[in-house]
Design a protein around this ligand. Structure first.
Ligand SMILES: NC(=O)c1ccc[n+]([C@@H]2O[C@H](COP(=O)([O-])OP(=O)(O)OC[C@H]3O[C@@H](n4cnc5c(N)ncnc54)[C@H](OP(=O)(O)O)[C@@H]3O)[C@@H](O)[C@H]2O)c1
Length: 299
């Protein structure tokens, strides 16, 4: 049995649809799932796992509010680090596999070519530090694990850049979007599909470790915004192609510092699992189609 945390989140929701072909999936969340699990309540994690006794734990839950984390250091650390340590400790004792998601924000972002899994990390924010500490704790737990670092995740639901751009592009004459942060926009559906393919892979126990699991190619937030708006206009979801002006990070101050360049290399994912991720544009097209279908009442 697979226990899936964060099943109401962007990635968790797509995993809850994709993973059941592998076996029964028990969804765990603070509310609205098969079982209640609050990762901030550290003492309850192992008792919940004792009752459920999963063979695989897929941890898609996280404290993901990057700017708010700067003022909520303890909560970010509890959910993204110490809860992961508890999950790892239980999994190590019970020979369960842990699939855990991490982030491109563990890197400093001062590179100029795609980051590989074994490059040194240097998180620049509280969120990035808490996710890095979660990775370290899971490795130290001795549990069999896959740490999947992903980036710039969006989905047809939840709080994400794609949905924000569609909303503000309909409301405003022009937009101003940061053009000097470069990354890999990755749809939650693509990520769930690649996770499924990794878990279904033969001899999985020989392939454990840390992987970068993102779409291929890269762009800036500004490039991503323009691509979203262009596609929305072509699909009749926006009446016009709202212009997007490129600005610098300095012109859009945010509480948390973000990496300027956080493109992740997926060479290891391809070499070990034979998975070639789709381009970010392909993932975006698929999500736009899903959004268009849902807003037009198609199935
Ligand atoms: N979003 C991105 O751009 C991005 C980029 C890189 C890596 N990641 C990583 O990818 C993974 C999935 O992220 P996502 O985009 O799906 O995030 P998301 O949409 O914010 O979902 C996070 C989920 O975690 C749950 N959660 C938060 N605090 C919890 C707690 N104390 N106990 C139990 N559940 C809790 C939330 O539950 P509620 O539904 O109750 O709020 C939510 O369902 C995370 O590990 C994240 O760090 C995300």
């Amino acid at each position: 049995m697979i226990l899936l945390t964060g099943s109401n989140g962007q990635v968790g929701f797509e995993l809850a649809r994709r993973l059941p072909t592998l076996g029964p999936v028990l969804c765990a969340a603070r509310a609205g799932a098969d079982i209640a699990l609050d990762l901030a309540d550290l003492n309850t994690i192992e008792p919940v796992l004792d009752r459920a006794r999963p063979q695989v734990i897929v941890n898609a839950a996280a404290y993901t509010a990057v700017d708010a984390a700067e003022d909520n250091v303890e909560m970010a650390d509890r959910v993204n680090h110490r809860a992961v340590a508890s999950i790892g400790a239980w999994a190590a004792r019970n020979h369960a596999l842990v699939v855990h998601y991490s982030t491109d924000y563990v890197f400093a972002g001062d590179g100029t070519s795609p980051y590989c899994e074994d490059q040194p990390i240097a998180p620049q924010s509280v969120y990035g530090r808490s996710k890095a500490d979660g990775e370290i704790a899971l490795r130290a737990s001795g549990a069999a694990h896959l740490i999947l670092r992903t980036a710039w995740v969006y989905a047809p639901r939840g709080k994400n850049f794609l949905l924000t751009m569609l909303r503000v592009a309909a409301e405003r004459e022009r937009l101003r979007v940061v053009d000097d942060q470069i990354g890999c926009p990755t749809s939650a559906t693509t990520l769930a599909d690649m996770t499924y393919r990794m878990l279904a892979s033969p001899a999985l126990r020989d392939k454990l470790g840390t992987y970068h699991v993102v779409s291929t190619g890269s762009t800036s937030w500004c490039g991503f915004a323009r691509a979203i708006i262009q596609r929305a206009q072509q699909r009749g979801m926006l009446s016009r192609e709202t212009p997007v002006d490129a600005i610098t990070t300095g012109e859009y101050p945010a509480k948390a510092r973000r990496p300027a360049y956080s493109v992740l290399s997926t060479a290891k994912l391809t070499r070990v699992f034979g998975i070639v991720p789709p381009s970010w544009q392909t993932g975006l097209d698929a999500t736009m189609q899903q959004l268009q279908a849902s807003c037009c009442g198609e199935r």
